[in-house]
Design a protein around this ligand. Sequence first.
Ligand SMILES: Cc1cc2nc3c(=O)[nH]c(=O)nc-3n(C[C@H](O)[C@H](O)[C@H](O)COP(=O)(O)O)c2cc1C
Length: 177
Amino acid sequence: MKGLVLYSSRTGRTRKLARGLYEKLKDWDVDIQDTKDKPNIEAYDTIFLGFWAYKATIDPSVEKILDQLKGKDVYVFGTLAYYDDSDHAYRVRTNAIQAVEDHGARCIGSFITMGGLDQARVEAKKQAKRPLKHPLTKASLMRYDLTKDYPTDVDIAYLAEKVNLKLKIMEESGGDL
Ligand SMILES: Cc1cc2nc3c(=O)[nH]c(=O)nc-3n(C[C@H](O)[C@H](O)[C@H](O)COP(=O)(O)O)c2cc1C
């Protein structure tokens, strides 16, 4: 297995998760790159693909590299600005799996967690003149505040544990899961 943690991140949440995962994959032959760095994906058979939720699916930067995933094993992980145990998160996760499978990759796992919304966007929402699709409520403001430092070490540890488990099984089984 030659793996690449490949991630996209606007405001650092997915980067935090990606770097945390990478740190916990020290036993494996794994590199890490940002999609912005135009990585050579060809050299890897397994991609740990980090995205941020955009319109209920993967973000545009990850969308752009999907064509290069054909024939690869892909573990998708993402952050979103809503509850990770919600229907919305389930839809985002399902759409991400579908996107990689539609491009000829085998999805070997998926994970989504809360990343919070960046403060600039919260402020823009507060100042908005037009009615918002998702109006600010006491609950949403609290959620943005309480999740501003997410993902947490617990999220990172959980993701890394699942990924390590699968890599071990795949190594022993010749790639089976
Ligand atoms: C243009 C745009 C669209 C977004 N769409 C969604 C969405 O559909 N669902 C959601 O939960 N979060 C959405 N978000 C929030 C981000 O996915 C979330 O804040 C994420 O954790 C940001 O990750 P990053 O810090 O790695 O950029 C959107 C953010 C932006 C800027």
